[in-house]
Write a protein that binds this ligand. Sequence first.
Ligand SMILES: Cc1cc2nc3c(=O)[nH]c(=O)nc-3n(C[C@H](O)[C@H](O)[C@H](O)COP(=O)(O)O)c2cc1C
Length: 271
Amino acid sequence: MPPQPHAFMRPGNIGGLVVKNRLIRAATSETMATASGEATDELVRLYSDLARGGAGLIITGHIYVEPRGQYEPRQLGLDRDERVAPLARVTDAVHRHGGRIFAELSHAGSQSLIPEIVPLAPSIVPNAIFARPPVEMTKADIGDVIAGFADAAARAQRAGFDGVHLHSGNGYLLSQFNSPFANRRDDHWGGDPQRRARFILEVYRAMRRATGVDFPVTARLGLADAVDNAAVGNWERMQVSRGWELIFSAPRGAGINPVLKHARYIGGSSS
Ligand SMILES: Cc1cc2nc3c(=O)[nH]c(=O)nc-3n(C[C@H](O)[C@H](O)[C@H](O)COP(=O)(O)O)c2cc1C
């Protein structure tokens, strides 16, 4: 009998999407966009090479969904319709080599490094890594950011991405909402694990409405992002875990498939 390929080289499915193997390139920020956030030839070459090298699925570096969510210079944006055509060159290049590609959608929240941006956050808690003081998001801000994720997901779909990946790790806005450290609200959006989990669920629901029922949506989930492990007690761990449990047990169609689970990210130049 001929040798069988290793399990990770066999095809796999994410929902209805077939991926030729289980070799997944984890999201890694490229900082190869133009100064205004559009895809470049350099970026097309990078993703073409990764697909040619055999990756079944590539997750892009984090892409900001609205201008206030930008993390760093030369990061990709999906905040405007003009982004679609240049990004379609990236997805075409990957598909030509039989690969699949998901757009990682993100909002930096209090972690933005762009000096001109007044960082948004669930509460006025200085960023755990950079100590930048944010402003507390109003209800209008929350609605705008949710709409930003939905619009960006629809643009990703139009640009030919095979799915979208929500960046709810590494201390960015989605993970800030889920964290009892960063989210000190006591309203619809904070106060207990259920209310802290609401933001990502509402983002998910809005994206689902914008992309239809079959479009794959996955997520990176952080547990104690950017918080020194020594400072994380069992109570806090339990609170975050409870939030994620609520997300996974949400009614059919409202939950998220975590293909990559990132339990811990501490310090350094997070991305
Ligand atoms: C330079 C660099 C850029 C990264 N950019 C992103 C990113 O854009 N989005 C993301 O979710 N993770 C990002 N990460 C985190 C990686 O996906 C990964 O989780 C991390 O390198 C740890 O991998 P490991 O658990 O295999 O050691 C980045 C990591 C590095 C080193």
